[in-house]
Write a protein of this length. Structure first.
Length: 390
């Protein structure tokens, strides 16, 4: 069995991805690439020249162009590219690979400065804090090119990003590895998982009414979009992360540990979990579109582009220096797209923290009250109610 600290000698072949969403790209990706490399150097978001070169070749402008193909201006696309750059650099230096990932106390100090720099951009809390000043710059430009309302919302979204990274650091310091249930939530918010899907709507000044924002089915759809993107990325990053950290904070490693599976079998099982989320996302998205007004329909479209765009970039990025193994080898092999999902089981996943999404399945709803005393979500039809007699 391949443990999370080991890397396979041959690049594993990824299972085919089920993603029946159209791929679109913004024409300003190259311009955003050139801009964000200059911005990276302006704020010095790297620990050494090697890391700087890895970051400069990551092509965050192209990532932004894939994830936000309908972005209404080049200025805002540049902001998105810069946030992608900030997030990658921040994760590497503070969260995933750097020594700070074992120091939750020091992280708490740093994160509070970063968040305050966004919250009150009029006052540079610490002009020598590279990451805080870079976030302050993003907030100022969001206020100018989108609106102060969107800049303020961005600041609020970042709270959970910092909180979950702090929790991960506390676990790493205590050598606690995540199980599938806790990992599902950590991955949802870690790395900005719930920040990225909301930014394309912010760029368009698309603010859903409070009653719509509070709808549980809309929140579930957003969480599913973020989860699909984060899990897809885990497939492409799993070998790189095993080599550089081996901390088990990757879907493939979590599935491998939880079910006692070698790497190749863990990928198959993880694909089935991922495809079941995708099937539910597509069903619920169609229902919300059919019943929603144009702004909500637009929001759903932006989520679609976010999912497909991130995967398009993942496929390209597998050969970028950021993901290459230490010996220069490509870490994984992309094998293409699937016409049908690998698993069509309509019951909730056996992951309590996200099983609630299935309560909003347009065809079958999961009712935790009816399921009480049964075998648990995802293990039987207990607790599943039909809708409209279906």
């Amino acid at each position: 069995m391949v443990t999370s600290a080991q890397s396979p000698s041959v690049a594993p072949r990824l299972p085919k991805f089920y993603c029946p969403l159209p791929e679109v790209i913004h024409p300003g990706g190259d311009e955003a690439d050139a801009h964000t490399v200059s911005w990276l150097d302006q704020f010095g978001l790297y620990s050494d020249p090697v890391q700087r070169n890895r970051m400069a070749s990551t092509r965050c402008g192209r990532l932004a162009a894939f994830m936000a193909p309908l972005c209404p201006s080049q200025d805002l696309l540049n902001v998105f590219a810069d946030f992608c750059t900030w997030a990658f650099a921040f994760d590497d230096e503070f969260c995933d690979e750097g020594p700070m990932r074992f120091k939750p106390g020091e992280q708490a100090d740093a994160f509070s400065r970063m968040h305050r720099a966004m919250e009150i951009p009029e006052y540079p809390v610490d002009p020598d804090d590279r990451y805080a000043m870079a976030l302050r710059d993003i907030r100022i430009r969001l206020d100018a090119f989108a609106s102060p309302v969107q800049g303020d919302r961005f600041t609020e979204w970042m709270r959970n990003y910092f909180m979950i990274e702090l929790r991960k650091s506390g676990n790493a310091a205590r050598s606690i590895r995540p199980d599938l249930n806790s990992y599902a939530v950590a991955r949802l918010y870690g790395g900005g998982g719930m920040v990225f899907p909301r930014l394309p709507a912010a760029f368009e000044h698309l603010t859903l009414p409070p009653a719509v924002q509070a709808r549980r089915d809309v929140h579930a759809l957003t969480e599913m979009a973020a989860t699909i993107v984060c899990w897809d990325t885990d497939f492409f990053a799993c070998v790189k992360e095993r080599e550089r950290t081996g901390d088990g904070n990757n879907l493939i490693d979590v599935v491998s540990a939880q079910y006692g599976l070698p790497l190749d079998e863990a990928m198959v099982t993880a694909t089935a979990l991922r495809d079941r989320v995708m099937v539910l996302y597509l069903k619920l998205g169609r229902k919300i579109r059919a019943e929603g007004d144009p702004p909500l329909q637009r929001y759903c479209l932006l989520l679609d582009h976010y999912i497909r765009g991130s995967l398009a970039w993942d496929i390209e990025a597998a050969a970028f220096p950021r993901y290459l193994r230490s010996d220069g080898a490509v870490p994984v092999t992309f094998t293409g797209f699937a016409d049908v999902p690998s698993d069509t089981d309509p019951t909730p996943l056996p992951v309590e923290s996200i099983a609630w999404w299935w309560r909003y399945d347009p065809v079958r709803r999961y009712d935790p009250v009816r399921a009480e005393g049964g075998t648990g979500p995802g293990e039987s039809d207990e607790g599943l109610a039909t809708v409209d007699g279906q």
